[in-house]
Design a protein around this ligand. Structure first.
Ligand SMILES: Nc1nc2c(c(=O)[nH]1)N[C@H]1C(S)=C(S)[C@@H](COP(=O)(O)OP(=O)(O)OC[C@H]3O[C@@H](n4cnc5c(N)ncnc54)[C@H](O)[C@@H]3O)O[C@H]1N2
Ligand code: MOO
Length: 410
């Protein structure tokens, strides 16, 4: 066996990603209170139980008038006042009017609402200062939605107006796919908490902050667990603890070939988790699988490797668990503004900054050195240029596909 074969051939990125995503299903739907459901995906169509608005009402503060002639100078007998929230008044008789406030029920028999600015009160009556159009400013029952109408389709992500509509038709809760609970655990003997002094050989645990934030950006409820030492027993305890409240486990570190890289071994003992080398850079060593029904991602420890791995595998997983169909970032084609040597055999993700360009559409500027420990180049990036596995030289001016990370870049 060659050393290469012993090390394991690289699994093509698309194959691995497909395998991961095909194993993921949306979380079972639950009923959530309206504000809890904000941003969640609807698991069932929503129909209106009643009309919205439920009764004819006025769109203006003014007068409800009844009369066959609605010309300027016409005079009506003023017989009362209807406020919003009041019961509908007695029906109006011919030649009668009531004061009426926006949103108040329109009395039966009303021919038009005359805004207060276009009428004048005098000695118990109201005079029109301008002609009124029959039906003016009356909002009819059901004009926004009729009982039985489908208001919101299954699969839709609930935005603010959707929640308003749900409330308007009387729903206190709504059936949605919940947000996955993600537990993020960094591993490594070298890690310390930010704010603590560094002893020789130590670094700060930055991955868990980044990954927890990324999970939240992907719509998950994410918890950062304190990092764990490279010790099989400590790792096992930490992971078992996480499974009590996780729909997904994400770890970083401990998946390569070092003597202390125990994460993959411990996860493989707990469940069906496999370690693979993927044809991608950064992010070659990966472990993925299930412990019970919980998907587990053991990402490589290098900060940019963890960042890119999350983008490519974990983010779409979290979206699918939330019932989303579109799992991909928006993509643009851009002109590469620099030169870059790529390893071949692996799809490479180059951190770039996108700039709008009248001629080229988009230009993609690499954000600096692309080492997998150089997180600052991810800080400066708003896109990842995907360099195919068979490309070894990206020449200035060549066209590249960029995954857009920043919602503001469109
Ligand atoms: N002989 C080999 N060595 C390595 C290989 C290989 O195939 N053969 N793969 C390399 C690649 S590629 C990567 S990526 C890394 C992955 O390493 P691990 O997942 O085992 O991670 P560690 O060794 O624990 O750490 C790598 C690197 O990242 C730093 N790190 C770890 N955790 C954190 C954290 N929470 N916050 C910030 N930085 C972190 C750690 O200090 C190391 O510098 O393996 C290569 N080696
Ligand atoms: O794959 Mo490692 O992620 O290149 O640094």
């Amino acid at each position: 066996m060659t050393a290469r074969a012993a090390a394991g051939e690289l699994v093509p990125l698309v194959e691995y990603r497909r395998e991961v995503l095909e194993s993921i299903t949306p979380l079972d739907p639950i009923d959530l209170a309206l504000l809890e459901a904000h941003g969640c995906v609807l698991a069932a169509d929503v129909t209106a139980a009643g009309d919205v608005p439920p009764f004819d009402n006025t769109a203006m503060d003014g007068y409800a008038v009844r009369g066959s002639v609605l010309e300027a100078g016409e005079e009506f007998e003023l017989v009362g006042t209807v406020a919003a929230g009041a019961q509908a008044e007695e029906p109006l008789g011919p030649g009668q009017a009531v004061r009426i406030m926006t949103g108040a029920p329109v009395p039966e028999g009303t021919d038009a609402i005359v805004p207060v600015e276009l009428a004048r009160e005098r000695d118990g009556s109201v005079l029109l200062e301008e002609a009124a159009r029959p039906g003016a400013h009356i909002r009819s029952a059901g004009e926004s939605a009729r009982a039985g109408d489908t208001l919101l389709d299954r699969g839709r992500s609930l935005g603010a107006p959707d929640l308003g509509m749900l409330a308007a038709v009387g729903n206190r809760s709504v059936r949605v796919h919940p947000r996955p609970r993600v537990v993020v655990v960094s591993t490594g003997d070298e890690l310390v908490e930010p704010g603590r002094p560094l002893a020789p050989g130590q670094i700060r645990d930055s991955n868990s902050y980044m990954l927890t934030a990324m999970a939240r950006e992907a719509g998950a409820v994410a918890y950062r667990q304190l990092f764990v030492r490279d010790d099989p027993r400590a790792l096992r305890e930490a992971f078992e603890g996480a499974f009590s409240h996780a729909d997904v486990l994400v770890t970083s570190g401990g998946v390569s070939a070092g003597l202390h890289d125990h994460v993959k071994g411990v996860l493989a003992q707990l469940g069906d988790v496999r370690f693979r080398k993927i044809g991608m850079k950064p992010g070659m060593p990966q472990a993925f699988g299930f412990v019970d029904r919980v998907p587990c991602f053991a990402l490589p420890g290098n900060p940019v490797s963890a960042f890119v791995s999350f983008e490519v595998f974990v983010r779409p997983t979290l979206l699918r668990m939330q019932g989303r169909q579109d799992l991909n970032r928006p993509r643009v084609t851009a002109v590469f503004d620099g030169t870059h040597g790529s390893p071949g055999e692996k799809v490479e993700f180059v951190r770039v900054r996108l700039a709008a360009d009248e001629e080229a559409g988009w230009r993609a500027l690499p954000t600096g050195e692309q080492g997998s420990g150089i997180l600052q180049s991810a800080v400066l990036a708003d896109g990842l240029a995907e360099i195919p596995a068979d490309v070894t030289e990206v020449a200035a001016g060549s066209r590249v596909t960029v995954h857009v990370l920043d919602d503001d870049v469109r």
